[in-house]
Design a protein around this ligand. Structure first.
Ligand code: URA
Length: 427
């Protein structure tokens, strides 16, 4: 099949057949189709979209480019949660052990920071010794031992996405719903799941800035998951301010541990419990959301979730008792009185990157000790001079980002309208 004809068809807005998508993605994964032809097809998909059938085929053939986990037929549900990314989003650190405490297995393949958003693997690497590069055999062994794992994609899982994602990143073709759907879902399906919940975020700190775009992405992700036989639901959640108080790496691990000890901030707990309840219900562990939330809360109240977290960390070579790096702190004072009216959460993420907490280029080593603590939330009444946030950085670096942070956290005369944290469910 000539790749040029396939590119031409998509360019001319004709739907591609399953065989055409199979030939193109298979050829690209094998190296028989060069990057320039894949870039041209990605741009045609970006511009002209794909039908649900095409998106499912694309997901399927990306998945077929690599290995996938097969689990014993023992009735234990394998489940996961995936977030489209945000600032301060540490729900994975809580949910993996909480769900494992409920008797489910969680083979969570996670990512690093993307754009301005933080990455679960980067956060966990703030724990001395913690390994995020487990082989497939090691993943199976850790799951068998502790019920959950959080690690990076191995080279043999969805190699087509690894290549295509890097190409999209440099060809302005990342924000395309079919391409994002196939990228996320092929990796999640490779985990061999029974149930999946997607946290699709919208707002200033999210990939999708508007509710409408987030809803369209959620619908595409859920439809594709269901077509591939995984019980999939999604929550649309607000990312117009960081989730929880902490944003960074070591500071987010600390906040996660506090949350597992029962001292989590209300928004983080609401989001975590709601996402967990989705998988407990869709894997038929619980009969309804209220019962599921109670079950999950019990894992925290009993101390079991914290124990389970510690076991997972130890199984991945991490030492929770070793001191984690924490930078010196200074406060960011409000230049005026009023109401906290808007937070540009993406800009906060960029400031954290500038503090060394994220990467400017792929090869950057992170400074896990830096970050932010939000001391105020949208809608709060603010006095002039009141600390808005605490900066974790050396005085020189803190000085360098102070201006950006004040631009990101805006105090105005009028209070904003603050919407609900969980806007809707798609399922
Ligand atoms: N996350 C992914 O894994 N892939 C995308 O395309 C976007 C976000």
């Amino acid at each position: 099949m000539n790749p040029v004809w396939i590119i031409q068809k998509k360019r001319d807005r004709e739907p591609l057949t399953d065989a055409e998508i199979a030939a193109f993605i298979g050829g690209y994964a094998r190296g028989a189709i060069p990057d320039y032809q894949m870039s041209a097809l990605a741009m045609a998909i970006y511009l002209n979209g794909m039908t649900a059938d095409e998106t499912a085929s694309l997901t399927d053939h990306m998945l077929a480019s690599g290995a996938r986990f097969e689990w014993p037929d023992d009735g234990v549900p394998r489940v996961d949660k995936h977030s489209t990314g945000g600032i301060g989003d540490k729900t994975s650190l809580l949910l993996a052990p909480m769900l494992a405490c409920c008797g489910l297995e969680v083979p969570m393949i996670s990512g690093r920071g993307l754009g301005a958003t933080g990455g679960t693997l980067d956060k966990l690497e703030a724990i001395p010794g913690f390994r995020t590069n487990l082989t497939m055999d090691e993943v199976r062994a850790v799951v068998a031992r502790t019920g959950c794992v959080i690690t990076g994609a191995t080279a043999d899982l969805v190699p087509a996405d690894r290549k295509l994602y890097a190409l999209r990143d440099v060809t302005a073709t990342v924000p395309s719903i079919p391409l994002i759907t196939a990228s996320i879902m092929s990796k999640k399906l490779a985990e061999g799941l029974d149930a999946l919940v997607l946290d699709v975020k919208f707002g200033t700190g999210a990939f999708m800035k508007t509710e409408a775009d987030a809803r369209a992405l959620a619908q595409s992700l859920v439809a594709t998951g269901k077509r591939m036989g995984v019980a999939t639901t999604a929550l649309l959640t607000d990312m117009n301010q960081p989730l929880g108080r902490m944003a960074g790496n070591a500071v987010e691990v600390d906040e996660s541990i506090a949350a597992l000890q029962g001292n989590g901030p209300a928004d983080l707990m609401e989001c975590t419990l709601a996402l967990g309840a989705e998988v407990l219900v869709s894997s038929k562990h619980s009969t309804n959301g209220a019962e599921a939330i109670q079950t999950l809360q019990q894992t925290i109240d009993s101390g079991k979730a914290l124990e389970q977290f510690a076991e997972m960390i130890a199984a991945q070579n991490g030492d929770l008792n070793a001191p984690r790096p924490i930078a010196p702190t200074s406060d960011l004072a409000s230049p005026r009185s009023g109401y906290l009216a808007r937070i540009d959460a993406e800009l906060l993420g960029k400031a954290i990157i500038a503090m060394g907490g994220g990467r400017q280029v792929l090869s950057d080593a992170l400074d896990h000790s830096t970050g932010l603590e939000m001391l105020t939330r949208l809608g709060d009444k603010i006095d002039a001079g009141q600390p808005l946030a605490r900066i974790f950085a050396t005085p020189m670096i803190a000085e360098r980002v102070r201006h950006t942070l004040l631009e990101a956290i805006q105090v105005a005369d009028e209070p904003p309208t603050v919407g609900p944290l969980i806007l809707d469910r798609v399922g």
